[in-house]
Design a protein around this ligand. Structure first.
Ligand code: ME8
Length: 506
């Protein structure tokens, strides 16, 4: 079984912000976790570089089109690596190899008679790159961006989306977990039930895009161009292998609710029309909000993830985003909130646990960790994380899985207090007990580090190394009693050193 996970490909007309980092990190956590389970995993992200906005924005920046998209795509690639994403490929829609597949894809649909010529007359929001009906506007403005849509009237090619109402409803019927969470599935489904109109798949009078293969005077509508990336990239991501036979349709798309309709309605219909398999699953997450409002460039309330990483480190950001909000729901974020969790959870709960454990092994046992039996209670607590956290992650419940691991961290902290190793150390006759507690703590922390490896990869390695444990972290090692005996353990320096208060950080 393969696990292929994608993020949306981000528009290069804006700079990367924490919302983009959010989806990328979520996909990364899932990919890293599946690799821990030994699955054949592929993680794709990238940039959406066509669209009617680009010529204007590039001109404003005083740059040529390709120069402009190269520069901004590089900013997204940089964000991807700064958040420590382990993507297997980065796809760009201006890559000619992608363009060829877009043309091939559209030809397939046309050969099946699902594309026809017509005239589109209506409204278009250049920010959404989407067509709107009058009734969908709010006070005459785009419901997403609050800007007036443009009136367009032009010859276009249309896709018979209306013919896919029943096939799509059947798909939703047969596969209740096709779209998750369930309330998003219902949303998509009721949209389909209300009836679908044919959609335009090309734009006339524009040049920045993939030419329509049978009518090069038109370009392919940017959303079709973009969606096809999930399928096209597999064809050229590896020089010597077309990955499509191996990975399609085992794909899980992650996206936020803003682009639900394109992914949960239009994309599966296009695939059916092209005679291809629909995706395995789509997970639609919520928005990260600042002061209850969606972050966006136009509102000017955007957090740059790189600023936070500079102050708190990448793992703190990766951790915070999946602690602060239930993945799937909207969640308010703030620098204060990050600071608070950094100190309380990462610094105290986890960091101090490692400092204390290693300091005690160093002080009471000269840095030597000796094997000892682990109590039934701890075995059960660790075993529960192995099975439960994995099944939460299978359902994209990144928040729930992390909470389970944190329960184990709290259990270990209680164990330190209750067993009071500093008292055992004063009584020579209880040396065996002391060895047992130190082993339980070190072994429990080791299991925590393995379970956290997908979330906070650097921290996980630091914990394992501080405990003298190998840093390969297969999921099966989230199991009690697997710590190896080790020598030379020293009091570990703080995992999350103090940082200045958020006003200085903001
Ligand atoms: O829509 N909270 O690109 P885009 C959570 N190019 N996630 C957020 C977010 C926020 N405040 N802001 C952005 C496009 N995102 C198209 C996609 S795919 C074939 C084409 C994330 O740059 C979230 O994943 O506007 C959202 O769906 C995506 O960025 C939109 O990125």
């Amino acid at each position: 079984m393969s696990f292929y996970v994608t993020t949306p490909i981000y528009y290069v007309n804006a700079s990367p912000h924490i919302g983009h980092a959010y989806t990328t990190i979520a996909a990364d956590i899932l990919a890293r976790h599946r690799r821990q389970r030994g699955e054949n995993t592929f993680f794709l992200t990238g940039t959406d570089e066509h669209g009617s906005n680009i010529p204007r924005v590039a001109a404003e920046a005083g740059l040529g089109l390709q120069e402009f998209v190269d520069r901004n795509a590089a900013a997204f690639e940089d964000m991807t690596s700064r958040v420590n994403a382990s993507n297997d490929f980065f796809v760009r829609t201006t890559d000619p190899r992608h363009g060829e597949r877009v043309q091939e894809f559209l030809e397939r649909i046309r050969e099946r008679g699902e594309i026809y010529e017509g005239v589109y007359a209506g409204l278009y929001c250049t920010r959404c790159e989407a067509f709107y009906g009058e009734d969908e506007l709010v006070d005459g403005l785009c419901p997403q961006h609050g800007i007036p849509p443009e009136h367009v009237e032009e010859k276009n090619y249309f896709f018979r989306l209306s013919a896919y109402r029943d096939p799509l409803l059947r798909l939703y019927e047969e596969r209740p977990d096709f779209v998750l969470p369930r309330f998003r599935s219902n949303e998509a489904r009721s949209f389909i039930e209300r009836g679908l109109e044919d959609i335009s798949v090309s734009r006339a009078g524009q040049h920045w895009g993939v030419p329509v293969p049978w009518d090069p005077g038109q370009i392919v509508y940017v959303w079709i161009d973009a969606l096809v990336n999930y399928w096209s990239a597999l064809a050229f991501a590896r020089p010597d292998e077309d990955l499509r036979p191996r990975l399609w349709p085992d794909v899980r798309h992650l996206l936020a609710k803003d682009i639900l309709k394109f992914h949960c309605v239009i994309w599966p219909a296009l695939l059916l029309a092209a005679g291809l398999d629909v995706p395995k699953q789509l997970f639609v997450h919520g928005y990260l909000l600042m002061d209850e409002r969606k972050m966006s460039k136009s509102l000017g309330n955007v957090i740059d993830p790189l600023d936070l990483i500079d102050v708190y480190g990448v793992d703190a950001l990766r951790f915070y985003l999946f602690r602060v909000a239930t993945f799937g729901q909207d969640g308010n974020i703030s620098v204060d909130g990050l600071h608070e969790r950094y100190e309380r959870e990462l610094g105290n709960d986890l960091g101090n646990l490692l400092s204390r454990t290693t300091a005690m092994v160093a002080r009471y046992r000269d840095g030597r960790l000796r094997a000892a039996p682990v109590s039934k209670e701890l075995q059960a607590a660790v075993g529960a994380v192995q099975t439960e956290a994995a099944s939460r992650l299978d359902e994209f419940d990144l928040t729930g899985a992390l909470e389970l691991v944190w329960d184990l961290v709290r259990t270990l902290n209680r164990h330190v207090e209750q067993s009071a190793p500093w008292e055992l150390a004063r009584d020579g006759s209880r040396a065996g007990e002391l060895d047992g507690v130190l082993y339980e703590l070190a072994d429990g922390l080791r299991a925590v580090a393995v379970a956290l490896a997908a979330y906070v990869p650097d921290t996980s390695v630091r914990i394992l190394e501080a405990l003298g444990q190998p840093d390969s972290a297969p999921w099966e090692d989230v199991s009690a009693g697997r710590a190896v005996e080790a020598d030379g353990i020293e009091a570990a320096p703080p995992l999350f050193p103090r940082v200045d208060a958020p006003t200085a950080a903001a």
